[in-house]
Write a protein of this length. Structure first.
Length: 121
């Protein structure tokens, strides 16, 4: 039979394990410029590449839905790429290159100058 005392002891053991994890997570949230960034987070370069995707899409006369259908993603994913919220993987970038008939380097044209303007601002 489970007693109230045994339940309290069980919860205490769980709390002892969870509390340090919760504190560690809270500390991770407080990272600043001096700390290491999560590698999955989109960067300024990702935002620049997304902006280039939008320029190419509009120049080709595609809607987000039309482009999404051609590369096999949702229009919401195209929105996230264009905003720089999500990173574009290499194989997906290659797919965009094929749709727009451009070399991969086209997505990075001007990125260095863009980054310099951000750093000096």
């Amino acid at each position: 039979m489970v007693t109230q005392i045994s339940l309290v002891k069980a919860w205490k053991k769980i709390a002892d394990k969870v509390t340090p994890l919760a504190e560690a997570k809270r500390d991770d949230i407080k990272w600043g410029a001096h700390m290491k960034r999560d590698v999955r987070t989109a960067t300024e370069v990702d935002a620049f590449v997304g902006a280039q995707l939008k320029v190419l899409r509009k120049a080709a006369g595609f809607s987000q839905t039309e482009l999404a259908n051609q590369v096999g993603v949702t229009f919401q994913q195209i929105q996230k790429y264009e905003r720089g919220t999500n990173r574009i993987g290499a194989s997906r970038l290659w797919g965009f290159c094929k749709v727009f008939d451009v070399p991969p380097g086209r997505f990075f044209d001007g990125v260095e100058a863009h980054l310099e303007t951000i750093e000096t601002a």
